[in-house]
Design a protein around this ligand. Structure first.
Ligand code: OAD
Length: 243
């Protein structure tokens, strides 16, 4: 394993443009539930009911009932060593951006500057009627919560059946097509279009380095079967020791 870390460190240092794609696994060590690992959120709740825009429009309380099992308050969670290592790789001039499926805001809190949130963020909640925005932690309580105008509130995140934010998706695709190495961390690669980004990167010549306790990218050039909170600081350490 030591030799693999060394090779990855060499590869990242040599690559001019490196990007990262992250999923729920990178936030697992911050105490946030993943979706599809054993005991994950979708093990208990059917996403077609609890995370679908059609159901939300008919009965928003479904989504809001499980919200507390996932992330109760946006500001309750802190970044872990994996988020911090990615921020450090950006400061070192190695990582150009983090494309994340996560809505928890932990990459920004860890200090990453260029974060592309392709599934939106829980930071903001907006009214479906008057479009007023509420920013965490100043968000109304309730299942569902209501705006002062009486409208129903929805988080600024993507539910199944909704389009991804267009700007974010365009940027994510551009970064994927132009990077020469991509770190793919803690995602089961089950949801499109996020799951296609590493393939897009690979088709354009990038090397794929997967970090996952249950690998999901059979085509990865390197695969570290380890917790992100252990593997990423080790990569940073290897790069530092190379001087
Ligand atoms: P998943 O829950 O599907 O996958 C999490 C992955 O992280 C699994 O492959 C785990 O093996 C891995 N993992 C768990 N703990 C880890 C750790 N400490 N270190 C490294 N890897 C670890 O989450 P996502 O792939 O992010 O979308 O799910 C994708 C999308 O499905 C989410 O953004 C969300 C969900 O439905 C929407 O709601 C639109």
């Amino acid at each position: 394993m030591g030799e693999m870390y060394h090779e990855i460190a060499r590869l990242l240092t040599a690559a001019h443009k490196c990007s990262a794609l992250t999923g729920a696994g990178i936030s697992a060590e911050s105490g946030i539930a993943t979706f599809r690992s054993k005991g994950g959120l979708w093990d208990t709740y059917d996403p077609a009911v609890y995370a679908s825009i059609d159901v939300f429009n008919q009965d928003p309380s479904k989504y809001w009932t499980i919200r507390g099992d996932f992330i109760r308050n946006y500001n309750d969670y802190t970044p872990n060593s994996a988020h911090r290592a990615l921020a450090e790789l950006e400061r070192m001039g190695i990582l150009r951006c983090v494309i994340t499926q996560n809505i928890d805001g932990l990459h920004r809190k860890a200090g990453s500057g260029n974060v592309i949130e392709i599934h939106g963020s829980l930071r903001e909640i907006y009214c479906l009627k008057c479009h007023r925005r509420y920013i965490a932690p100043d968000v109304p309580e309730g299942t569902p919560p209501y705006c002062s105008c009486g409208g129903i509130l929805k988080p600024d995140t993507v539910l199944f059946g909704e389009q991804l934010p267009e700007d974010a998706l365009i940027k994510a695709r551009e970064e994927s097509m132009s990077c020469s190495a991509m770190l793919v961390i803690g995602t089961s690669a089950a949801v499109q279009p996020a799951a296609s980004l590493p393939y897009l990167a690979q088709q354009h010549g990038a090397k794929i380095i997967e970090i996952n306790i249950e690998p999901a990218f059979p085509g990865a050039d390197y695969c570290i079967t380890e917790k992100a909170g252990i593997a990423l600081p080790e990569i940073v350490q290897q790069i530092r020791s190379m001087g």
